[in-house]
Design a protein around this ligand. Structure first.
Ligand code: CP
Ligand code: NVA
Length: 306
């Protein structure tokens, strides 16, 4: 059966570890300038229904460095944009490309795409999940802390796609996860349930709070994301009100461990979810996170295609 990555739940803890190890190895090859054309002649189709800077450029660069090729497929360039079905698009693309990366609105649409694809489908972000971001984040944390197991990650903000994947990823690999989200903006019950099962299995602590100050106590990592995700622009005023008190500033950062790191998937809105002082300050590792998207996605592509 063809393997897809739609959610972090599609990976076993051992598979996550193998991807991170391979990513570290490939990162070293880039540093040394050693060629590693492991996907020579392979093609990745990249379907985008929303904008992207990091996901698009890191996947495209990944394929170039691996000796393959990537094709950008914007919604308005495809017949999908004028009514061809997701199923027919998946069947067609499968006859040309070796893998499909897709950034879509509804998570159900990527499930539909994968169910009709005979090549691996990689989730490049949906309304519910962003697993490639989590893989890059785990590599970044491991680089900065030297380990993952037993660390505490505190999420402050919207219980969104990035939060969902991070919560699943952390609980899978044995990290404690504490989320502070305003009432009504918590992660969906079904994903919380999966994370609780992971935490039970890995013996870690998972807590959901409504108090940022409490969530970040003793944190090794403090993480936030935009308050208004792509497609939610109409909720702007309501969200800005709901997230009052959830901004990550120096005071909140100071409540974490003395060597706490600040993380953000980017793009960031300075003055909304985070202050400029924090994101541009010495505890911030956001540029390492952005870079590591490239390395983990190369490892992922190799594991799915080589
Ligand atoms: N973090 C992330 O996925 O960024 P892009 O939206 O720029 O791809
Ligand atoms: N939660 C954000 C992440 C962007 C990478 C969004 O969905 O817009």
């Amino acid at each position: 059966m063809v393997k897809h990555l739609l959610s972090m739940q599609d990976l076993a803890p051992k598979e996550i570890e193998a991807i991170l190890n391979k990513a570290a190895e490939l990162k070293e090859k880039v540093r040394k300038g050693e060629p590693h054309e492991l996907l020579h002649g392979k093609t990745l189709g990249m379907l985008f229904a929303k904008p992207s800077t990091r996901t698009r450029v890191s996947f495209e660069t990944a394929m170039t460095q691996l000796g393959g090729h990537a094709i950008y497929l914007g919604m308005s360039d495809l017949q999908l944009g004028r009514g061809e079905t997701i199923a027919d698009t998946a069947r067609t693309l499968s006859r040309y490309v070796d893998a499909i990366m897709a950034r879509l609105f509804k998570h159900d649409d990527i499930i539909e795409l994968a169910s009709h694809s005979s090549v691996p489908v990689i989730n490049g972000l949906t309304d519910l999940h962003h697993p490639c971001q989590t893989l890059g984040d785990l590599l970044t944390i491991r680089e900065h802390k030297g380990k993952l197991k037993g660390l505490k990650v505190a999420w402050v903000g919207d219980g969104n796609n990035v939060c969902n994947s991070l919560m699943l990823g952390c609980t899978l690999v044995g990290m404690n996860f504490s989320a502070a989200c305003p009432k009504g903006y918590e992660p969906p019950a079904e994903i919380l349930e999966q994370a609780r099962a992971n935490a039970k299995e890995s013996g870690t602590k998972l807590e959901l709070l409504n108090a940022p100050k409490q969530a970040v106590v003793n944190a090794d990592v403090i993480y936030t994301d935009v308050l208004i995700s792509m497609g939610m622009e109409r909720e702007r005023e309501q969200r800005l009100k709901a997230f009052r008190g959830y901004q990550v500033d120096s005071k909140l950062l100071g409540r974490g461990k003395s060597d706490v790191i600040f993380m953000h998937c980017l793009p960031a809105h300075r003055g909304e979810e985070v202050t400029a002082e924090v994101i541009d300050g010495p505890r911030s590792v956001v540029w390492d996170q952005a870079e590591n998207r490239l390395h983990v996605q190369k490892a992922l592509l190799v594991s799915l295609l080589a």
